[in-house]
Design a protein around this ligand. Structure first.
Ligand code: GLY
Ligand code: MN
Ligand code: MN
Length: 437
């Protein structure tokens, strides 16, 4: 299976056209790729393209720069690494300048080594330059030179560069609404994650280590063609489940432990993000089951709050209300629900948000609040996680002893549709009777 075939060339072209409409004719945008990072000697960390650069170009190589000049004859240029027989012997083939045009749709391609000579020419007539200052020291320098040269040219009848503006917000707006192709890619990532979780269900047992479970899970993702994970897998047994981003994964699983898995395979650069919490020995204790049912019901209620026009925070607020009632039933909190809500007294046990955007990045692009601080309203095509949890860490005083060390999170990936929502990860069992004997 080709791991990069669900987003068509036409879709990449459409993205660039939309982006260029936002930039406006007469202006120019410069977007830089990710860079390889050296780990030591001549060993690099595995390279994955920067998500926004990927979104616009689909070009997978580092040390690349895209230039967009809407309204001109050749609006899309890419600076890329040229062929280099020595480097290609060591680290593999490069796309090269010709295929950058024939396969990736650039109108022009340049050798990245000529950036200093060629980029200023492409910028020389821009009114507004859209560029995220700080993303490349080289481009920063070229932009700075451009500003001062244009200023110097004013006396000779030139025009000053009117503004340098950050294009990230424009790209984020585009990335926030997913196309049919993107939803298909996300669904594939989620289906592989589902298959991985199904694969390890019977493998999980007391005596195994977190890293064995992690290795077995991720091996299944690789076997199914996912090239990498969207983020480091969280495989947290017992007390470790109370550490929200626990990625050490070195402990041995004990009898009676819960095992919290928070994981997502990547497909076509899109990431799944699913959490499930299993009893390691196959059966919840009564108190584990009580907590699980509270989190599950908070999650179901939160998912039901997803619909077009709802606030981004509606699912969170719905989840918090159920969690507070549950904390009262568990005798962890006392008092009136509203006052617990407004005083945030639930925070020691539920300290994170319920949702984030999901897409090319696990915490995907897009804002949660508008400039006037009103919450963003949900729209068809947005994808968000719904992931309430309850955590009873050792470090918080006054927790009833039978609850200590319990950490439960249940997370699904939800697409906002025209009428309501679709749970893209619904096929991964989460009802307590499906995961406990
Ligand atoms: N996997 C990180 C998160 O759920 O936000
Ligand atoms: Mn997660
Ligand atoms: Mn998440």
């Amino acid at each position: 299976m080709n791991p990069s075939n669900l987003i068509s060339k036409e879709e990449f072209l459409k993205r660039r056209e939309r982006f260029m409409r936002k930039i406006g004719d007469g202006n120019v945008a410069v977007v830089v790729s990710g860079e390889e990072i050296i780990r030591n000697g001549d060993v690099h960390y595995p390279f994955r393209q920067n998500s926004s650069f990927h979104y616009l170009t689909g070009f997978p190589e580092p040390s690349s720069v895209a230039v967009f000049a809407p309204g001109t004859e050749k609006p899309y240029s890419l600076f890329v690494r040229p062929h280099d027989p020595v480097m290609e012997t060591w680290v593999g083939p490069r796309i090269g300048l010709r295929k950058t045009i024939s396969q990736f749709g650039a109108d022009r391609s340049f050798d990245i080594a000529h950036l200093l000579d060629e980029l200023p020419k492409l910028l020389s007539r821009a009114d507004t330059l859209w560029y995220s200052i700080g993303t490349s020291a080289k481009v920063d320098q070229i932009v700075e030179n451009q500003i001062s040269e244009r200023r110097d040219g004013l006396q000779r009848g030139g025009a000053a560069l009117e503004a340098v503006r950050d294009p990230q917000e424009l790209i984020d707006e585009l990335r926030l609404i997913k196309s049919r192709g993107e939803i298909t890619a996300l669904q594939r990532a989620i289906d592989i994650t589902a298959a991985g979780l199904a694969h390890i269900r019977d493998y999980i047992e007391p005596g195994r280590t977190e890293y064995e479970v992690q290795g077995t899970l991720e091996a299944e993702y690789r076997k199914l063609g996912s090239p990498r994970d969207g983020f480091p897998s969280i495989v947290a047994a017992g007390h470790n489940s109370c550490t929200l981003h626990y990625i050490d994964n070195r402990a041995r699983i004990k009898n009676g432990d819960l095992l919290l898995l928070d994981t997502g395979a990547e497909w076509d650069f899109y990431s799944a993000d699913v959490s499930r919490t299993y009893p390691a020995n196959g059966k919840f204790t009564p108190v584990q089951k009580d907590v699980y049912e509270i989190v599950w019901s908070a999650q179901q209620t939160a998912i039901e709050a997803v619909r077009p026009g709802a606030s981004f925070y509606d699912p969170h607020n719905a989840a918090v209300r159920i969690l507070i009632e549950g904390l009262k039933d568990l005798k962890v909190l006392k008092g009136n629900r509203k006052s617990i809500e407004s005083s945030f007294a639930y925070r020691p046990y539920y300290m994170h948000g319920t949702s984030h955007w999901l897409g090319l990045d696990v915490h995907d692009a897009g804002k949660y609040r508008n400039a006037d601080q009103t919450p963003v309203a949900l729209k068809p095509g947005m994808v968000l996680t719904v992931e309430p949890g309850l955590y009873f860490p050792r470090t918080v005083p006054g927790i009833p002893s039978e609850l200590r060390g319990i950490g439960i999170r249940i997370e699904d990936d939800i697409l906002v549709t025209r009428t309501k929502y679709r749970n893209l990860s619904a096929a991964i069992p989460s009802k307590s009777k499906e995961i406990s004997d």
